[in-house]
Design a protein around this ligand. Structure first.
Ligand SMILES: CC(C)(COP(=O)(O)OP(=O)(O)OC[C@H]1O[C@@H](n2cnc3c(N)ncnc32)[C@H](O)[C@@H]1OP(=O)(O)O)[C@@H](O)C(=O)NCCC(=O)NCCS
Length: 197
């Protein structure tokens, strides 16, 4: 497996012609990460996330207690030093879930549709693949149309729906959709392609 230090920092070009740098979150990222969540996530969207990312203490604890083998947070940073996207890959070493990784992502709401979400997800899929994980698990709510489109484009499959599990700011309920990216199917597809030619 390639070491993180050999892969990052990495420069990528967004669809708006701007370059950003991708690298793992660092201890001194508290201010830019806090600013990112504060200014980039609406109150409505906040309720759809797992954590209150507008809580500075939470952001400080994430930056202080970094353990890339457990949670790898990958951030996208502009040349001005602003974080405009973060995606995380969550793994466990023990038990049935050690064969899977979980993935999450938020991008700045002013730069959506520029390819950043797909870029961050693709990077973390590459890392999960290199680590030998068999599947990657993503969760969204049924009202989140952009993430649903993104996951489908990346090759994730919706494998389960838990009806009415979530309740939003306005009291409306939403289904939880569970998506899986299956590396074993990827191998089977490659094999079928090779067999055919
Ligand atoms: C999901 C999310 C990360 C996508 O980020 P992004 O930077 O817009 O991602 P991309 O630009 O790579 O777009 C990916 C795809 O999402 C879809 N998409 C993006 N913006 C969209 C919009 N405003 N409306 C509908 N679909 C949209 C498109 O299918 C797009 O692919 P395309 O441009 O090739 O057609 C972003 O919407 C987000 O942060 N949402 C809030 C957090 C969240 O719901 N995360 C869920 C995943 S854990």
């Amino acid at each position: 497996m390639e070491l993180l230090g050999e892969i990052y920092p990495k420069r990528v070009l967004l669809k708006n012609g701007r370059w950003v740098t991708l690298r793992p979150l660092q201890r001194d990222d508290v201010d830019p990460l806090y600013q990112f969540f504060l200014t980039s996530v609406s109150e409505e969207e906040l309720l759809l996330l797992k954590h209150n990312v507008k809580d500075r203490f939470l952001i400080e604890s994430w930056c202080t207690n970094l353990n890339y083998e457990r949670v790898l947070p990958l951030v996208a940073i502009t040349d001005e030093g602003n974080i405009i996207g973060e995606a995380t890959l969550h793994r466990t070493e023990f038990g049935w879930s050690s064969r899977i990784a979980k993935i999450r992502c938020v991008t700045c709401n002013r730069c959506r549709g520029m390819g950043l979400g797909k870029t961050l997800f693709s990077e973390l899929l590459m890392i999960a693949r290199q680590e030998g994980k068999e599947k990657v698990w993503g969760e969204i709510l049924s009202s989140q149309l952009a993430p649903a489109a993104m996951l489908k484009q990346l090759g994730f499959e919706r494998v389960a729906v838990i009806p009415g599990l979530a309740r939003d700011l306005f009291g409306a309920t939403h289904d939880l959709w569970i998506y899986i990216y299956d590396f074993t199917k990827e191998e089977a597809m490659k094999q079928a392609h090779e067999d055919a030619y």
